[in-house]
Design a protein around this ligand. Structure first.
Ligand code: NAD
Length: 444
C-alpha cells in the first residue's frame, strides 16, 4: 500500500518504519526541514532501539522516503496517518493546532478513495473536526472528492516502541463507516498474526480509549507512589508492599514500581487533557485530578530528602553527581522528566552538577540546559562521582543496576546515594557503608 505519515516524531517514525518493513511504500512528511534533511542523510533524529536499523534498511529498498512537501505524497497515497504532536497548552488543554494545520494541508491535495487516520492522541471530537477541515478545503477546490476518516490511537511505549508496534496487545480502530474495516484488516494483518488484534468501535470511543488507558496506568503509578509516602510515615517498606500486592493476579506487578513519578510526552499531558475536556463537558474528574496532584508532589517529596540532608542548616554550594536525564530508560526523550526539576532546584541553590546519561545528554545540552555552565556532562558514569557530595539516581538505565559500589564509595566525597528508582537493596547499601535514601522506606 501507498502510505503517507504526517509528522516524523517518535510515533510517526516508528509507524513509518514498521509499515515500510512489511513492504508498504511509505512517505514521511514533516514541516521541520532540519529533521527531514537529517533523515535524508540517514541520520535518525531520535534514539529508539531498533528504529535506525529498520529505517535504513527500508531506505535502501526504496520503501521509505522523507519530505517537507505535502503535495505529491498526499495525491498518491491511499492511506494517510496524522501523527503530529498534540502538546499541552498552559491551561492543560491539548494544542490541536498541528493536527488542524496538517488536516488543512491534506485537504488541499487529497484525492478520492483515500483513508485519513488520526494516530495522534486527540480529545474526543477532534477526528470529526479533522474531517470537516478536509471537507472545507475540498469545497474551496470546487472538486467532488470522497474520502474516509478513522481514528487509530497509538499505544507504543518509548524505549520498546518497535516491539510494541510489531507485536501490539491490541489495535484500536474508531470508524464511522464499516466498509473501511477491510482496509485496516489488510494493513494490520502482518502485525496481527497470533490472534485477531483489531478492535473496531465508534470514533469517540476509540479517542477516549487512548486517554482511559493512559489514565489507568498513571493511576497505578500515583497509587503506589502515594502508598510509598504512607509506608515511610508508618515505618513499612514499600518494596515488600509492592511484592505483596503485585502477587495478587487482580492487581499484577506492572506499573506499581515506586518512583519519582511519571514523566514523558504522554502521561502528564494526557492526564491534564482528560481533566480539561471532562470539565468542558461539565464533569470534574476526582480520581484523575488526584493522580496528577500526587505525581506533581512525588518529585518534590524526593527532593526534600536531598534538601534536608544537605541544605537544612547550611546553604553552602556543592557538587552533585546525577545518573540519568531521560524520563525513562532506552530513550533520549526528556519531556517532563523529573531530572529537569531536580537539576533546576539544585542549580537554584548554587550547586554544580556532574551528569551522565547514555543517550539524553545532547538533548539536555541543546534543549533544556542550553549554556548552563554549572552542568558538566561526563562520558562515563563513574566520572560524575569525583568531588561530588552525593549520587542521585534519576533514570533506571540498565547500566546503573549493578554498579561497582566500592568504586562509587572511593570516588564520592561522602558515601551517599539518593535513589529515585529503588534500584538497590537498602540492607546491602548499609553493609557497604552507604547512607542510602530510597522511595517508600527509611534506610538512612
Ligand atoms: P513528536 O513531537 O516527537 O513529533 C511530532 C512531529 O510532528 C514533529 O516532528 C513536528 O515537526 C511534526 N509536525 C508538527 N506539525 C506538523 C505539520 N503540520 N505537518 C507535518 N509535520 C508536523 O511527537 P510524538 O511523541 O511522536 O507524538 C505524536 C502524537 O502521538 C502525540 O499526539 C502523542 O500524544 C501521541 N503518542 C505519543 C507516544 C510516545 O510515546 N511519544 C505514544 C503514543 C501516542
Amino acid at each position: 500500500m501507498n502510505i503517507t505519515i504526517v509528522g516524523s516524531g517518535y510515533v510517526g517514525l516508528v509507524t513509518a518504519a514498521c509499515f515500510a518493513s512489511r513492504g508498504n511504500i511509505v512517505t514521511c512528511v514533516d514541516i521541520d526541514k532540519n529533521k527531514i534533511n537529517s533523515l535524508k542523510n540517514n541520520k535518525i533524529p531520535i534514539y529508539e532501539p531498533g528504529l535506525s536499523e529498520s529505517i535504513l534498511s527500508s531506505y535502501k529498498k526504496n520503501c521509505i522516503s522523507f519530505t517537507t512537501n505535502y503535495e505529491s505524497p498526499i495525491e498518491e497515497s491511499s492511506i494517510i496517518f496524522i501523527a503530529v504532536g498534540t502538546p499541552m497548552k498552559d491551561d492543560g488543554s491539548s494544542d490541536l493546532s498541528y493536527v488542524y494545520q496538517s488536516a488543512t494541508d491534506i485537504g488541499k491535495y487529497i484525492q478520492s478513495d483515500t483513508l485519513v487516520i488520526t494516530k495522534s492522541t486527540v480529545p474526543v471530537g477532534t477526528t470529526l473536526k479533522v474531517k470537516k477541515i478536509i471537507e472545507n478545503e475540498i469545497k474551496n477546490r470546487k472538486e467532488n472528492i470522497v474520502f474516509d476518516i478513522a481514528n487509530n490511537p497509538e499505544f507504543l511505549k518509548q524505549g520498546r516502541a518497535m516491539d510494541d508496534f510489531n507485536s501490539p496487545d491490541r489495535i484500536i480502530i474508531g470508524v464511522e463507516n464499516d466498509n473501511i474495516r477491510s482496509i485496516f484488516k489488510d494493513l494490520y494483518r502482518p502485525f496481527s498474526t497470533n490472534y485477531e488484534k483489531l478492535i473496531f468501535m465508534d470514533i469517540p470511543s476509540s479517542e477516549l480509549t487512548k486517554y482511559a488507558a493512559n489514565a489507568m496506568l498513571a493511576t497505578k503509578i500515583s497509587f503506589i507512589n502515594e502508598m510509598s509516602i504512607i509506608a515511610e510515615k508508618v515505618g513499612a517498606d514499600i518494596n515488600m508492599v509492592r511484592k505483596g500486592i503485585g502477587s495478587d493476579s487482580r492487581i499484577g506487578y506492572s506499573y506499581i514500581y515506586p518512583s519519582l513519578g511519571y514523566g514523558g510526552s504522554c502521561f502528564p499531558k494526557d492526564i491534564k487533557a482528560i481533566i480539561n475536556f471532562s470539565k468542558e463537558n461539565d464533569y470534574n474528574p476526582e480520581i484523575i485530578g488526584a493522580v496528577s496532584a500526587v505525581n506533581e508532589n512525588q518529585k518534590k517529596y524526593f527532593f526534600k530528602k536531598i534538601l534536608n540532608r544537605f541544605f537544612r542548616n547550611n546553604n553552602q554550594a556543592r557538587q552533585f553527581a546525577i545518573w540519568g536525564l531521560s524520563f525513562k530508560p532506552r530513550t533520549d526523550d526528556m519531556r517532563e522528566s523529573a531530572s529537569i526539576y531536580i537539576i533546576n532546584e539544585l542549580l537554584k541553590l548554587g550547586s554544580t552538577i556532574k551528569v551522565y546519561d547514555p543517550e539524553a545528554m545532547s538533548n539536555a545540552k541543546e534543549n533544556y540546559f542550553k549554556d548552563v555552565s554549572s552542568i558538566h556532562y561526563c562520558n562515563n558514569k563513574y566520572d560524575v562521582l569525583d568531588d561530588s557530595v552525593a549520587l542521585i539516581l534519576i533514570t533506571e538505565w540498565p547500566e546503573f543496576r549493578s554498579p561497582d559500589f566500592d568504586l562509587i564509595k572511593s570516588k564520592l566525597r561522602n558515601p551517599i546515594i539518593f535513589d529515585g528508582r529503588n534500584q538497590y537493596s537498602g540492607q546491602k547499601m548499609k553493609k557497604l557503608g552507604f547512607e542510602y535514601y530510597q522511595i517508600g522506606k527509611n534506610d538512612s
